[in-house]
Design a protein around this ligand. Structure first.
Ligand code: TYD
Length: 312
């Protein structure tokens, strides 16, 4: 079974992850390495629905607003923090099973705009939920899949906020202290796993940030064998002509548009990936970013294990 490479991009809102992930994809494809950008939340059809709910609360579904007998739900605090954590976990489970793992099994490079470190930084660091429980929940949802490399684009949230133009979502609206705690938790995670993380100063100009990422990517992919077929000579069974093939950078222009309605998920592409899903023969084991088998975390571990980093 060929193995791909799993890379995540993390950071506070507005740190520039999306731009850098797209540059990385274009660069890697230029090297003949089949690469795709995807994101959380919202990398699958179910994930898109979850994304709307988790970013906008019940305001995203006005027709479901309760209007009689019970209080009308209209505030940005209309989801309990545990509900929020479970929604992100559900999004991840679907995304890993339907998109990320099949792509890795095809030997592709998956560039994920946010992944499990966001859950720990936002739900534990920001929302103050128990970190061990959150880490185990996330590890269970992903069946133990962790990135080989994580680029943490680190920037003062006060600075990155200026880059967020849209109406703030529930997390962005949580305030400066919240964003600062998220940043601190990201940095703490990076310190705990220096081999996986590369912390990049995202206050630098975009081109300089990219140069640092590119340097690392070059080393990381040095031994990878090009697998990007010519569009006229597609031998791997993917339908390169359908406009959704990761081989076609133009087909992916819209992949990570910040508008939730144009989210990274592409229906046709996911159809292809669904066909490849369900190959995991060992439900108690999972591939990490470079194909090593990792034990899946258990949600039933004792409370004593609820310490930082356990179960990840
Ligand atoms: P998004 O618009 O994708 O933010 P950005 O463009 O900054 O990446 O919104 C995703 C939001 O969801 C963001 O505020 C971080 C938050 N989030 C969590 O709280 N937990 C998670 O597990 C993930 C993946 C994201």
């Amino acid at each position: 079974m060929s193995q791909g490479l799993f890379i995540s991009f993390e950071g506070v809102d507005g740190a520039g992850k999306t731009t850098q992930a797209q540059r990385a994809r274009d660069y890697l494809q230029g090297k003949g390495l089949r690469s795709m950008v995807t994101r959380e939340p919202g990398g699958t059809p179910a994930g898109l629905a979850i994304r709307e709910l988790v970013l906008h609360g019940m305001c995203a579904f006005p027709s479901f607003a309760v209007t009689g007998g019970t209080d009308v739900v209209d505030s940005s605090d209309d989801l309990d923090s545990r509900t929020e954590a479970l929604l992100y976990a559900a999004d991840r489970a679907e995304h890993v099973a339907q998109v990320i793992r099949p792509a890795l099994e095809r030997g592709d490079i998956v560039l994920c705009d946010r992944y499990s470190d966001s859950t720990i930084a936002y739900q534990a660091g920001g929302r103050k939920l128990d970190e061990g429980s959150i880490a185990r929940l996330s590890a269970w949802a992903s069946d133990g899949l962790i990135p080989k490399r994580t680029y943490l684009l680190d920037v003062d949230p006060a600075q990155s906020h200026d880059r967020v133009n849209d109406e703030p979502d529930r997390l962005e609206a949580a305030g400066d202290a919240f964003q600062e705690q998220v940043r601190e938790k990201f940095l703490e995670l990076a310190e705990q796993e220096p081999d996986r993380f590369r912390v990049i100063d995202a206050s630098l100009p975009l081109d300089e940030v990219w140069r640092l990422i590119q340097e690392d990517l070059e080393a990381l992919t040095a031994d990878m064998i090009p697998n990007l077929p010519d569009q006229d000579d597609d031998e791997d069974g993917d339908d390169a002509a359908d406009g959704d093939d990761p081989a076609d950078p133009d087909a992916q222009e819209d992949d990570l548009d910040d508008d939730a309605g144009d989210a990274g998920y592409d229906a046709d592409e996911d159809d292809d990936e669904l066909d490849d899903g369900g190959d995991d023969e060992d439900s108690d084991a999972a591939l990490d970013g470079d194909g090593d088998v990792e034990p899946a975390a258990s949600l039933t571990d004792s409370a004593e294990d609820d310490r930082m980093g356990q179960g990840r």
